[in-house]
Structures are given as structure tokens and as C-alpha cells.
Design a protein around this ligand. Sequence first.
Ligand SMILES: CCCCCCCCCC/C=C\CCCCCCCCCC(=O)SCCNC(=O)CCNC(=O)[C@H](O)C(C)(C)COP(=O)(O)OP(=O)(O)OC[C@H]1O[C@@H](n2cnc3c(N)ncnc32)[C@H](O)[C@@H]1OP(=O)(O)O
Ligand SMILES: Cc1cc2nc3c(=O)[nH]c(=O)nc-3n(C[C@H](O)[C@H](O)[C@H](O)COP(=O)(O)OP(=O)(O)OC[C@H]3O[C@@H](n4cnc5c(N)ncnc54)[C@H](O)[C@@H]3O)c2cc1C
Length: 607
Amino acid sequence: MEGVDHLAHERNKAQFDVAVMKAVWAGSRDAYELFHRFSRLVANDPEMFIPAIKAQATEEQQKQWLPLANKMKIIGSYTQTELGHGSNVRGLETTATFDPKTDEFVLNSPTLTATKWWPGGLGKIATHALAHARLIIDDKDYGVHGFLVQLRSLDDHLTLPGITIGDIGMKYGSGAYNTMDNGSLIFDHVRIPRNQMLMRLSQVTREGKYVPSNVPRQLSYGTMVYVRQKIVFDASIALSRAVCISTRYSAVRRQFGSHNGSPETQVIDYKTQQARLFPLLASAYAIRFVSEWLNSFYKDLLQRLEAKDFSTLPEAHACTAGLKSITTSVAADGIEECRKLCGGHGYLTSSGLPELSAVYIPACTYEGDNVVMLLQVARYLMKTISQLKSGNKPVGTTAYLGRAEQLMQYHSDVLRAEDWLKPNVVVEAFEARAARMSMACAQNLSKFNNPEDGFQELSADLVEAATAHCQLIIVSKFIEKLQQDIPGKGVKEQLGVLRSIYALFLLHKHIGDFLSTDCITPKQGYLANEQLRSLYSQVRPNAIALVDAFNYTDHFLSSVLGRYDGNVYPKLYEEAWKDPLNDTSIPDGFHEYVQPMLKQPLHHGRL
Ligand SMILES: CCCCCCCCCC/C=C\CCCCCCCCCC(=O)SCCNC(=O)CCNC(=O)[C@H](O)C(C)(C)COP(=O)(O)OP(=O)(O)OC[C@H]1O[C@@H](n2cnc3c(N)ncnc32)[C@H](O)[C@@H]1OP(=O)(O)O
Ligand SMILES: Cc1cc2nc3c(=O)[nH]c(=O)nc-3n(C[C@H](O)[C@H](O)[C@H](O)COP(=O)(O)OP(=O)(O)OC[C@H]3O[C@@H](n4cnc5c(N)ncnc54)[C@H](O)[C@@H]3O)c2cc1C
């Protein structure tokens, strides 16, 4: 039945203004208009190593290279990871040795494990690499720096002398990410002019003198900070896309519950379905809002860096690393949960979910393994706590640690389930839990003579403390978002419901943390869960409208199950008939292999 909206009855239930929610989701009315137009134009934006050049090249170098990259006269690959080292950037083995006689650097891969491995675009397409290598001058190692190296001829695309490149082979899943030519690269004494070292942060002079920068060396890691904050935004897209599919399908799908010929129950009405789906819906909104905040924090960082104010760089690193880790893990696990929420049909390629999952899950690894990233957050937390004694007052996302003494005395005063709807009640509980977990780690660390040994020994606890800290950030930013003026009938109320679902679901999931740190009592935990159940009932009539607010086209969703009109079954059937296996009724190989078996003589007239 073309043209019929099978989900119209669901849309009619909505208690809020969907048009306004679309603008809230997009970030602003203008952002909504822009996204709306562009998503319907199917844009393809070939951005790859440009952010790195902007961050690490001098103005002169930018003038030389950016126009070429922007006009795609050259195609670059961000070439950092090696076969032997990815997380440990300081452990990279590729060398760039300065030759004062010729005013060149000589790029070399001294071992097999120094082979560059993974960089996107490198395998087949890139003409240039932003290669990370150890700078060596007069046998002295100055650590890892960035170098622009031409890899292939701009005339015939053949690899240049001294360079061996290949694609690293098939990756997880059959589709999507395999269209990316992640590559391997070996340098055999490849020469490049001196001015192809990216010299914004430190320079090598014609005489071979190393001029260190007077800015923190961590600025050379700036590209990772930039990309990580982008990845947080991307997590909101990936998760919301999966949630949109499984919410719409859950309203279409019916199982059991028919009485006297009435329709069966929509699976979205089962409480178990709601308890799995609605926290993911709330998480999509939570990640969206924290990414909005992170982006403005990042822009503020850039302005400060221009003015040589480096004070917020460590916090920016901790926030981008931690939020990248938490949000990509939630999105990757959430996509898989959405697949299961769609039952058997979720496993079909036409549901759009298997491919989304296969493409998305490496986000937990690229741009920093998620556990390694949380350990960075933990280091930042431990450093912040160690500085409390000297009177350093933490600011920004760690400001609550400045109230650690008070938070150590905290006991939640929740008496009734509705008390958990008060934002300050929730924030206090999350602050106390995060502060106590970090303080406990700090106290345990102080028992070790060697802090590094202690950090290793306690790393599992430290990761949990970092997780609690990052969850506190996301909860707080959701609450702050709702302190803004948000117009539109019912919009703020619905966002309030989602905010409470997000926070109370986390509390329920991590109840062990809240109880063992003595922040709440078992009874208060029970009340939180009771409130959560009631919130699921409140979100139920609005569920379809809340995913409509993502404003995704059917084209973007690429999912028969997530169709806007909910016309799932005829389209599933139609889609199946597009399978080449259905082109003929007799499959290839039948006459050679199957038919001879069928024609085997029967023994005593029996099979
Ligand atoms: C990359 C170019 C592509 C551009 C694409 C742009 C497109 C944008 C749109 C994106 C939208 C959606 C995304 C979808 C697709 C994305 C494609 C993904 C491509 C993936 C690319 C990659 O994977 S590139 C390789 C990335 N590699 C890593 O992330 C390595 C992880 N390891 C590290 O980051 C570090 O080595 C470490 C953090 C683990 C630190 O190790 P170590 O302890 O040895 O540290 P150091 O001694 O070096 O430094 C210690 C002090 O420095 C602080 N620090 C560390 N990192 C930073 C940082 N980034 N910024 C600031 N400060 C930093 C650290 O805290 C220590 O501080 P102190 O304790 O105070 O000393
Ligand atoms: C799809 C994809 C695209 C990529 N694109 C690029 C690219 O364009 N350019 C590029 O340069 N690289 C790229 N990479 C590489 C990527 O950045 C690295 O794989 C990533 O940083 C993780 O490093 P690793 O592989 O060395 O993991 P490892 O560090 O070897 O991790 C293995 C295990 O060890 C654990 N571990 C490691 N260190 C510690 C520690 N200190 N404490 C506790 N546990 C630890 C990790 O948690 C993990 O469980 C890409 C990777 C993928 C999957």
C-alpha cells in the first residue's frame, strides 16, 4: 500500500512540537535548515589529512600545501600507526634523519614492525602521507614529528622509488569499511626536502639545529583532539540512526496478545523492549548535547591557543579522550542492541543494521583505543587530586573535586521515587560517586612507592573511576542544556523525560558503584528504578515523534525496517526478490553437485 503512513497513529500520539525538536536536535534552526537541504542532496565530503596540516604546518607551509589538498590536486593520508605500535605514539620506530649535506630528511623503516599499518587512503589512493617519524639529528633522537612525503607520481600514480605500499587486506564484515584502502608502507631511505617537516611547533634549521617550540609539545597531538571531538558527534549520529530504525520497527512489529481477534501487541509496548530501547533513545540525545558542548569547548580552546593560553589543553585532552571512549562504546553496543531489538529481521542486510555495526565498531579502536583513552582521563583525575593539597582549585569539568571533602560526607536524601526527577539530586549523587571512586584510587595509589607500578596495578579501578567522571559530564551537560530557553509545545518536557531516563538508567546499571561508595541506600536505588519504569511509560506515546525529530531520510537510514511510513512487510518481500539468488529457480551448481546425490539409487527401496 504505497503512500499510506502506517505509523500515522503513532505520530498522532506525540505530546510535543516535532518541528521544534528537529531544530533542537540539529543544534539551531539554521543548522536544521542546512542539514535538511544537504542531507537531501547526498553530499560527499572528501576531508582527510587537512586538519593535521592546519594544526602542525607553518603559515608558509599551509600556503603551499592547503590549496593543493583542498582542490584535491594531492590526496593525503594521516600516516601514524605502525605494525608494532599504535597506542604508544612515542614508541613509533620510523626514522627521519637530517642530512646536512643535502638539506634533506631521510625517511626509513628500520624494522618490520616500523611498517606503517592502518592509515586510511594509503593503500591505493593517497599521493602524499603525513608520516609520523622520529626526528634524528647527529644521532640524537628528538622524538616523533610530522613529515609530508610524496608517495606516488602525480603523472601515472606509480609509487616513487624507495617506497613500498600495499592495502592491509579485508576487514571485519563484508561491506562498507572495506571500501576504505587502509594501507601499509615501508620507507627505504626516502629523501624529502627539509621544509617538508611540519614546523609550526618546532624547527630544524639549515645548519641542523633543533629549535624546540616554546609551546607545549602536546600541541603536536592536536589533530587527535580535533578528530576525537568530531567522533563524539559522529557517535550521536550512528546511535540515533540505529535507534530510529528499531523504534519504528518496534511500533510496526506485533507478537502475541491477541484477544478475540484483536490485533496482537506492538512489541514496543512490552516493558522489556522499552527498558532496552528507551535508554538508547535517551543516550542518543545525551551524546548529541555533550558533543555540542564539546565542540564549543574545542572552539574556545582554539581561541585560547591563538592567544598563547594553554591552560585548558589538558582538560580538552581529557574530555575529548574520555568522551570519545564512552560515547563510541555506548554507540557500538547500542547498535548491536538495536539489531537484537528487531529480532530475526534485524540480521538481514536490508535492515541497515549489520552494515551500520560493521562500519561503526572500529570507532572503539581508531583515534585511540577506548581503554587507553580512559586511562588518560584517569591520569588527569589523579593529577588533579594530587594538586588539591597545594591549594590548586580545580575548574571546569573537575570543579566538583574541589568539593571532595564535602562530597565524601554526602548521603542522598531521596525519600520518594519522584525525588529522582530533581536535577540537583541526580547531579549530587553522580558527583559523589565519581569523587569517591577517584579519591579511593588516589588513596590506594599513595600506598605504592613507585606511582607507575601503582597505576598499572590499579588500572582496572582507574578505568571505572574515569568512566564515572565521564558519565557525570554527560549527565551535567544534558541538565545544562535544559537550563537554556527551549521554546515549542512540550519540547522541554520531553527532553526532561529523556534526561531523567538517561541518568536513572546509568544509576540502575552502575548501582554497584553507588551502593559500594555509600552514596545511596538500596531503598533509594529501588526508588530510582521505580521512577525509571514510570518514565518509560511517559516516553512511549512520543517515541516515534522523538526519532522523527532526527530528521533522517529513508535514503540515509537505508533500512527497510526503519522506513518512515512503516510499510515494512511488502518492502521486505520486495527487497528479498532483488537477491541475485532469486534470478533463477535452479541454483548454480545444482546439476553438477546436488542432482547426482538426489539420483543415487535407493537401497531396498528406502533412503
Ligand atoms: C587523522 C586525520 C583524519 C582527519 C579526518 C577528519 C574527519 C573529521 C570528521 C570525523 C567524523 C567522524 C569520524 C568518522 C571517521 C573517522 C576516521 C578515523 C580515522 C582514524 C585515524 C587514526 O586512528 S590516526 C591514529 C590515532 N592514534 C591514536 O589515537 C594513538 C593513541 N595514543 C595517544 O594518543 C598517545 O600516545 C597517548 C594519549 C596514549 C599518550 O601516551 P604517553 O603516555 O606516551 O604520552 P606522552 O608522553 O606522549 O604525553 C604525555 C602527556 O601529554 C598529554 N597528552 C597526551 N595526548 C594529548 C593530546 N592529544 N593533547 C594534549 N595532551 C595530550 C598526556 O595527558 C600527558 O600529560 P601529563 O600527564 O600532564 O604529562
Ligand atoms: C578502521 C581503522 C582505521 C584506522 N585509521 C588510521 C589512520 O588513518 N591512520 C593511522 O595512523 N592509524 C589508523 N588506525 C590505527 C588506530 O589508530 C590504532 O589501531 C589505535 O590507535 C589502537 O592502537 P593499537 O592498534 O596499537 O592497539 P593496541 O594498543 O595494541 O591495543 C591492544 C590492546 O591492548 C590494550 N592496551 C594497550 N595499551 C595499554 C595500556 N597502556 N594499558 C592497558 N591496556 C592497554 C588495549 O586496550 C587493547 O585492548 C586505524 C585503525 C582502524 C581499526
